[in-house]
Design a protein around this ligand. Structure first.
Ligand SMILES: [Zn+2]
Length: 265
């Protein structure tokens, strides 16, 4: 079940244009492939899920473009990025992103790594990515940026070692998203549907923020006030205040739709 849902999630992200290849969706006859064509896509990016049987293991595809992933392509890894397979299939170099985040964050059950183009202006500049609307409330606690140049002996831009994976997990801290300067983003969540939805709404939010800034006026960002319940609305008693940091959001209607679209229905 877990392996089926993760391959479906990879396809959902592919169709949404978050992680995909420019040829995969049309070749597989997916009628809803149009969103994938709206970006310059590179076949990179991946999604993983923590094992529901062993919290010290997770599943991630072998080295394959996300849109092509099926359940048979998934490999089980430990939290140091070691494959549990014999013989081993070629894995992603950046599996350490997933391994070290799962190690540092027991609450995280799924991780997406993407090179989504819309987030790059924020990953590469001093302008912080901020929530623009209610679907992006998971950004309210803040969006840190990972600088790989600060990691001792890191070479290149890939998070391909325990040291770089651990440093990235440190930068992420308790947040839902971290940007990687000159590279992309990581998005984490408490389950696959939530993490997939966050990855998609992150993209929409980044586009909206860039557009709002370009307009040149004052931007009113979505704030903590917007998620707190109204006091005494319509004569009712004031509801209990919500937690200061909305860690978990839910997108109950999105997931069935995303799955069906990914499967070409
Ligand atoms: Zn990458």
């Amino acid at each position: 079940m877990t392996t089926r849902i993760i391959s479906c999630a990879a396809a959902a992200l592919a169709v949404a244009g978050i992680i995909t290849t420019h040829t995969s969706a049309p070749q597989r006859g997916r009628g809803a492939a149009a969103p994938a064509a709206r970006q310059i896509l590179d076949g990179m990016g991946h999604i993983s899920v923590r094992s529901d049987r062993r919290p010290d293991r997770f599943f991630l595809s072998r080295d394959l473009a996300p849109a092509l992933v099926t359940a048979a392509d998934l490999v089980e890894y430990d939290l140091d990025g070691n494959s549990m397979e014999t013989p081993m299939r070629q894995g992603y170099q950046e599996r350490f992103i997933h391994a070290l985040i799962y190690k540092a964050r027991p609450d995280v059950m799924s991780v997406v790594h993407s090179h989504t183009p819309s987030i790059l202006p924020f990953a590469d500049s001093s302008v912080p990515l901020r929530p623009m609307y209610h679907m992006a409330s998971f950004l309210l606690p803040g969006v840190p940026t990972f600088e790989i140049r600060r990691v001792n002996r890191a070479v290149g831009m890939l998070v391909n070692s325990i040291a770089t994976g651990s440093a990235l997990a440190n930068t992420l801290g308790d947040k839902a998203v971290a940007l990687l300067r000159g590279h992309g983003a990581v998005i984490v969540g408490p389950n696959i549907p939530e993490t997939v939805s966050r990855a998609i709404f992150l993209d929409i939010n980044a586009r909206a923020q860039l557009q709002a800034i370009t307009l040149g006026g004052t931007v009113t960002y979505f704030s903590q006030e917007d998620v707190e319940a109204p006091v005494g609305g319509r004569g009712e008693a004031a509801p209990a205040p919500r937690p200061a940091t909305p860690v978990v959001t839910t997108y109950p209607r999105s997931w069935p739709f995303l799955k069906e679209r990914a499967m070409g229905k």
